[in-house]
Design a protein around this ligand. Structure first.
Ligand code: ADP
Length: 492
């Protein structure tokens, strides 16, 4: 099959979170199965150019219709750790991808509507006719809309779209100007409940709703989150749209790329280890402590890695830091915030805790430090308010770091409570799960973890090793995606 992934991220060249990991990992898995996979990405000025090999021009002067005129683009081509990627660079005074950041600009809907339009125009003009176009998140929600309303009539009538939603919270809202910019026009047609009109704001179109309505199939990134989005509040207002489209909506659990995340051969960690050399994990703990100037001693090291964002339960992360210190254990945090208030809050905490030899708060993004933390920590706390899939707990398990998670979304599909799980036998359990969103909930789960660590060290190690034995590679999830691609490409 010929599959083109269109996304706003691909690790490690463009990574703000799990989306980048998934786009890269899935593409690699599909490649290994013998499918032809190409990726189309924006050419951000701040992406990691050191992860691109052989960057060269693939299409010069691609004329992308925009409002009544055109914006000329150069499409560059290069390999990102073996994946063939096309990077779209518009030449216009809007400087769409030259902002020093991937997201967070006031005109994000316009930036990614342009990217979507340019990606389709590139496929059309370069005579690329993939069997399946796989789009991701709100940034590419307009692709199926434009494909089936416009490009289908220009020679792309056989292409099919799979749309994967990694986060329902960010949906992409804009006014009618987007319709005029992209050439969709026909305001009354698109401002209709059955098409793009937002379910709550009658003056806005909703990119993600468009993606759901127009795609041939829609997935989200875990089976439990598919249920939550459809039946609970996790659809952030799109529950009804999912209900109407339930015949083509499902959840596929994310995998992780074990070539990137594997303690046995990880260039970023000092002492590689496997299940049978698990004792070497302690050397990584020692190295991490030395690197972060934490004191030595027989105490558990708890970590948090992630975006500092309301979604991630930052108030519980904050409480977990102080509870961990109260229990005489250690805490390492690696996170970055896009919200000024949260950023200031954690910078303030960092200032306050600066001289404490049992805690280190690293405010920022560092792929390399993340690997060292996964390898060096004993516990990983993931107290999310909602979590479509969550990769940090899956990566942690691979590194023998026991997850302590809130029982939502994909966390429920991947972490099985040591004391209370009813569906897995004790030797299949992998961590600690709590459900409420108050401080006591995270405290009690951490207490159970600390007690096991101190009172039953052998059992604690067994629990860590049980997590290492799970296979969350892309193999199984890749099978499910291929089955779906196959299903939609045979549909008229
Ligand atoms: P998200 O909601 O951000 O997509 P996931 O758990 O699905 O959360 O994926 C998070 C990914 O981003 C993981 O690979 C994690 O290691 C990485 N990550 C998150 N924050 C940071 C950071 N500050 N520095 C390095 N890596 C990070």
């Amino acid at each position: 099959m010929y599959i083109v992934q269109i996304a706003s991220e691909c690790a490690p060249v463009i990574k703000a979170g799990g989306l980048g990991d998934v786009v890269y990992g899935l593409s690699r898995n599909l490649d290994e199965r013998g499918h032809c996979v190409e990726l189309i990405l924006p050419k951000y000025s701040n992406m990691r150019y050191d992860h691109i090999w052989g960057l060269h021009d693939a299409y010069v002067d691609l004329q992308v219709p925009w409002y009544g005129g055109v914006i000329s683009c150069t499409v560059h081509c290069g390999w990102v750790h073996g994946r063939l990627c096309f990077f779209i660079e518009p030449h216009s005074s809007d400087m769409f991808f030259d902002r020093g950041m991937y997201y967070g600009c006031g005109d994000d809907p316009m930036r990614f509507a342009f990217f979507s339009k340019a990606a389709l125009e590139f496929l059309l003009r370069s005579n690329k006719r993939p069997d399946v176009i796989h789009c991701h998140d709100w940034q590419t929600g307009l692709i199926p809309v434009m494909l089936f309303e416009m490009y289908k009539y220009h020679g792309m009538e056989y292409q099919r779209v799979l749309y994967t939603i990694h986060n329902f919270k960010h949906q992409g809202h804009a006014g009618a100007e987007i319709l005029h910019a992209t050439g969709l026009n026909r305001e009354p047609y698109y401002f209709d409940d059955s098409r793009l009109k937002d379910n709550f704001n009658p003056f806005a179109i909703n990119f993600m709703k468009g993606g759901i309505v127009y795609s041939n199939h829609v997935t989200t990134v875990s089976p439990h989150h598919a249920w939550e989005a459809h039946h609970g509040t996790c659809g952030f207002g799109l529950g009804h749209t999912l209900h109407v489209n339930q015949h083509k909506f499902s959840g596929i659990l994310n995998g992780i790329d074990y070539a990137m995340w594997n303690p046995a051969k990880d260039d970023h960690i000092e002492y590689p280890y496997t299940l049978s050399t698990f004792e070497d994990k302690a050397l990584n703990k020692k190295a991490l402590r030395e690197r972060l100037l934490l004191r030595a001693g027989d105490k558990p090291l708890v970590a948090f890695i992630g975006r500092l964002d309301g979604q991630k339960g930052v108030h519980l992360v904050h409480h977990a830091i102080y509870h961990t210190l109260n229990r005489g254990a250690q805490f390492v945090l690696l996170g970055s915030a896009t919200e000024q208030g949260i950023n200031d809050w954690f910078r303030h905490e960092k200032q306050h805790l600066n001289d404490n030899p049992d805690v280190h708060l690293e405010i920022g993004f560092s792929e390399e430090l993340a690997h060292a933390i996964y390898a060096g920590a004993d516990l990983m706390v993931v107290p999310s308010n909602f979590e479509p899939c969550g990769l940090t707990q899956i990566i942690s398990m691979k590194y023998g770091t026991v997850p302590v998670v809130r029982g939502v979304g994909g966390l429920l599909n991947t972490v099985f409570d040591w004391d209370y799980d009813t569906t897995h036998s004790p030797e299949m359990r992998t961590g600690f799960v709590f459900y409420e969103t108050d401080n006591y909930a995270v405290e009690s789960a951490l207490n159970r973890a600390f007690d096991l660590y101190y009172d039953e060290p052998k059992l604690f190690q067994q629990l860590a090793q049980q997590g290492m034995q799970y296979d969350y590679s892309w193999q199984k999830s890749g099978d499910q995606y291929v089955t779906l691609y196959d299903k939609i490409r045979h549909k008229c």
